[in-house]
Design a protein around this ligand. Structure first.
Ligand code: 3PG
Length: 396
């Protein structure tokens, strides 16, 4: 159920779970993307006359009050983004918190202190959730990026109050559904990043869902090594070669193409502008490190993208943070962006470094949808149920 189903909200105390776990330096928020995403929900609720109480976590204080992890500076950033006052209360449960929302004028907004200052948040404690529930009449979850956590403010609370998905949550779920749930084939997944070990479940799920799985970054080295390619000093998880072979066998069974580098850029040092050369797979020197995919690989990926209707992207294709080893990531991202702009491709990206990499390529704005989620996006790609989303769908 979405905000369209929530009825008349005037004077109602609405608890909105947001994810404003934003980057901060010296007490100042340095990137407001996550705040920008939840702003429409907050504004809509306030404009409908609700008393809006924002619940959120910040970093990982592990159940203790850690002053550096206070949400107070974030309340100022939210106020700046909204162009409206946002009050701050230095606890998220108790009489002061309850009074703050009750006594707020219709359309007012208050942010409560970090839910993770209470141990009951992360243990999904029923008593703590009941204390949170005392604050509001209605619960709205707009925090997809925290939905992989079964925490009191993301899970238990949804069973205690009438619960709805906020606009950002709704948009995210719709985009993800279009990308993998009810996607148009052919679907290409681009999965990069350093290590296979962090993405085994994801690869195992994707091989059964997509038509082509492009594997890049350090992870590709493990797959190449599993196929007998000599990878020199490259980052490679030799102990996972069997796993890589298993994934390739599953792909063959499912009729999914596995797209690996056919040429690579090697250097002897892991640093920007290190002397480098592009070589074939049979030419990686003993003391060489693969730091990027080569131009023939980019062409190959571009060819798959040209055929695709849907793209799901997670992780860079090389050491994109070090010039010029960002070349393959940038070129493939630009190609995907161009296809998206021309209406030929639906492209969804998310997780960890991905958004940074696409921003670096200057094309994040051209993708059909960019998820602000890290862990939640990965768990969704792994096909796991997300407790925060499940709790919204289940009748309590
Ligand atoms: C995130 O930044 O991905 C979310 O806010 C979740 O944070 P967590 O990994 O600390 O639960």
């Amino acid at each position: 159920r979405t905000l369209d189903d929530a009825g008349d909200l005037r004077g109602k105390r609405v608890l909105v779970r947001v994810d404003v776990n934003v980057p901060m330096k010296d007490g100042v928020v340095t990137d407001t993307t996550r705040i920008d995403r939840v702003a429409p929900t907050i504004v809509e609720l306030a404009d409908k006359g609700a008393k809006v109480g924002l619940l959120a976590h910040f970093e990982r204080p592990k159940g203790k009050r850690v002053p550096e992890m206070s949400l107070e500076p974030v309340s100022r950033a939210i106020a700046d983004v909204l162009g409206r006052p946002v009050a701050f209360v230095d606890d998220c449960v108790g009489t002061e918190a309850e009074a703050a929302l009750r006594d707020l004028g219709d359309g007012g907004i208050v942010l409560f202190e970090n839910t993770r200052f209470h141990p009951g948040e992360e243990t999904n404690d029923a008593g703590f959730a009941a204390d949170l529930a005392k604050l509001g009449d209605i619960y709205v979850n707009d925090a997809f990026s925290a939905a992989h956590r079964a925490h009191a403010s993301t899970e238990a609370l949804a069973h205690l109050l009438p619960a709805y998905a906020g606009r950002a949550m709704q948009q995210e779920l719709e985009a993800l559904d279009r990308a993998l749930g009810n996607a148009e084939h052919p679907i290409v997944a681009v999965v990069g990043g350093a290590k296979v070990s962090t993405k085994i479940d994801l690869l195992a799920n994707l091989v059964r869902k997509v038509d082509a799985l492009v594997i890049g970054g350090g992870m590709a080295n493990t797959f190449l090594a599993a196929k007998g390619v000599h990878v020199g000093k490259s980052l490679c998880e030799h102990d996972l070669k069997d796993t890589a072979n298993k994934i390739m066998a599953e792909a063959a069974d499912a009729g999914t193409a596995i797209v690996l580098p056919v040429d690579v850029v090697v250097a002897q040092e892991f640093k920007a502008n290190a002397p480098h050369e592009t070589v074939g797979l049979d030419q990686v020197p003993d003391d060489g490190m693969i730091l990027d995919a080569g131009p023939k690989t980019v062409e190959l990926i571009a060819g798959w993208l040209d055929e695709a209707k849907t793209l799901v992207w997670n992780g860079p294709l090389g050491a994109f943070e070090l010039t010029p080893f960002d070349a393959a990531t940038v070129a493939a991202a630009k190609h995907a962006a161009e296809l998206t702009r021309s209406g030929r491709l639906l492209s969804v990206a998310g997780g960890g470094d991905t958004v940074t990499a696409l921003n670096h390529a200057g094309v994040a704005g051209d993708f059909s949808y960019i998820s602000t989620a890290g862990g939640a996006f990965l768990e969704w790609l792994e096909g796991k149920p997300l407790p925060g989303v499940e709790a919204l769908s289940r009748k309590s």
